[in-house]
Write a protein that binds this ligand. Structure first.
Ligand SMILES: Cc1ncc(COP(=O)(O)O)c(C=O)c1O
Length: 398
């Protein structure tokens, strides 16, 4: 019987400058081609230990329970709620974007009593409103928030939230999917009890693993549950047993992903966390100078703007998808559209991890200078690239 091959064999090269995934360094891809090992092979177990040790450095924590859950960022998110909450537990969730909404949905599915504190999209969380809400409930088990809201580009300051969680003796859960290794985040210093991230943003690996870390207080809450977590696959005590304790089989580890994450973490530590954050700042500054010079309006004020994700309003009369399609097919550049209430209204430019490069800033701005005028928005040729180049020059001489 004749077999017909389906689909093009060729996968195009793209510059990924959207909300994630971001580009991956060839070293990481190369590591992923390494031979498979068994999930209990001592060499693989050693590799898992390396990953946990390096994740502790990147999360800046001494938490024993620190490893990578199999699955994307949403798996880490779900693992936090399904291990720390039981039916009837009270949780206050600060929502100022799409991913805060997702956390509320997940918490509700655990049977928890969810109290949302909503703040407008594009603005940080109103911590006075959070405090008011916490006051209303005598036994709040958890306060949850998103550190870097990828749907809007807001970086949430954490000091006040941490203070409130302490005042009410509740667990603090933090979504660091977009912030880890792109924005300053010191888990132990801030006092975060449970934090999750994802490999495909500032960590610089493909999607597929979700690094998590849990404080002793969070581990105690997991151990003191009345009933086991409703999710077997995401039961963190079973997973921890495999990652660190008895090394008992739980599920077949996606070893190629673990190889990739290990290499990505090695690269982060080689570069140095602080240098990496500075790189994200320098490239963001140049991008902002370029966008500003051509009159695009930012969604988030500078004080709260993420370095790794910048949202701008789509100018009047310009068709969102036409511009994104032109960037993708004519320039090989992916940017993001809006999510939820921002759908069709904003563009999101990501400079995350490996994608946060000066040449990417210049390529994106020159592509915008070429594309926007043909789609109804006049831009002086060379203006944005010039502004970005000046910003780079100034930052280098500092
Ligand atoms: C802030 C935030 N939280 C959670 C997620 C969900 O992660 P994933 O899509 O990897 O499941 C994302 C994904 O973009 C995110 O940006």
């Amino acid at each position: 019987m004749d077999t017909e091959l389906i689909g093009e064999p060729f996968i195009p090269q793209r510059t990924l400058l959207g909300p994630g995934p971001s580009n991956v360094n060839p070293r990481v891809l190369q590591a992923m081609l390494s031979p498979l090992l068994g999930y209990l092979d001592p060499d693989f177990l050693k590799l898992m230990d390396d990953v946990s040790a390096m994740l502790r450095q990147v999360f800046q924590t001494r938490n024993a329970l620190t490893f990578a859950v199999s699955g994307t960022g949403s798996a880490g998110m779900e693992s936090g709620f399904c291990n720390l909450l039981e039916p009837g537990d009270v949780v206050v969730i600060a929502v100022n974007g799409f991913f805060g909404e997702r956390m509320s949905d997940i918490a509700r599915r655990q049977g928890a009593d969810v109290y949302r504190v909503d703040s407008p999209w594009g603005q940080p969380i109103d911590t006075d409103a959070v405090r008011q809400e916490m006051k209303k409930h005598p036994a709040v088990k958890m306060l949850a928030a998103v550190h870097a809201e990828t749907s809007t580009g807001v970086l949430q300051p954490l000091d006040e939230l941490s203070q409130i969680a302490k005042e009410y003796d509740s667990l603090l859960l933090l979504d660091a999917v977009t912030s880890l290794a792109g924005s300053p985040l010191n888990i132990d210093e801030i006092g975060v009890d449970f934090c999750f991230s994802a490999t495909q943003k500032c960590l610089g690996a493909p999607p597929g693993l979700s690094p998590v870390t849990a404080s002793e207080k969070a581990v105690a809450a997991m151990l003191n549950r009345t009933n086991p977590s409703r999710s077997w696959y995401l039961d963190l005590s079973l997973l921890f047993d495999y990652w660190a304790n008895n090394r008992r089989y739980h599920h077949t580890a996606p070893m190629s992903m673990v190889y990739g994450l290990r290499e990505a973490l090695r690269m982060i530590l080689e570069e140095g966390l602080e240098n990496r954050l500075n790189r994200h700042t320098r490239n963001a500054d140049a991008l902002w100078a370029g966008l500003e010079s051509i009159g695009l309006e930012f969604v988030v004020s500078r004080e709260y703007r993420l370095n790794q994700l910048t949202s701008v309003y789509i100018p009047e009369g310009v068709v969102d998808t036409d511009v994104r399609r032109a960037l993708l097919y004519d320039y090989g550049i992916e940017i993001g559209g809006g999510l939820g209430e921002f759908a069709g209204k904003v563009w999101r430019f990501g400079l995350m991890g490996e994608s946060s490069k000066d040449i990417n800033v210049l390529a994106l701005l020159s592509a915008l200078e070429a594309v926007l005028p043909t789609h109804g928005y006049e831009v002086g040729r060379g203006v944005a690239v010039q502004a970005a180049s000046t910003s780079f020059a100034n930052n280098r001489s500092n």
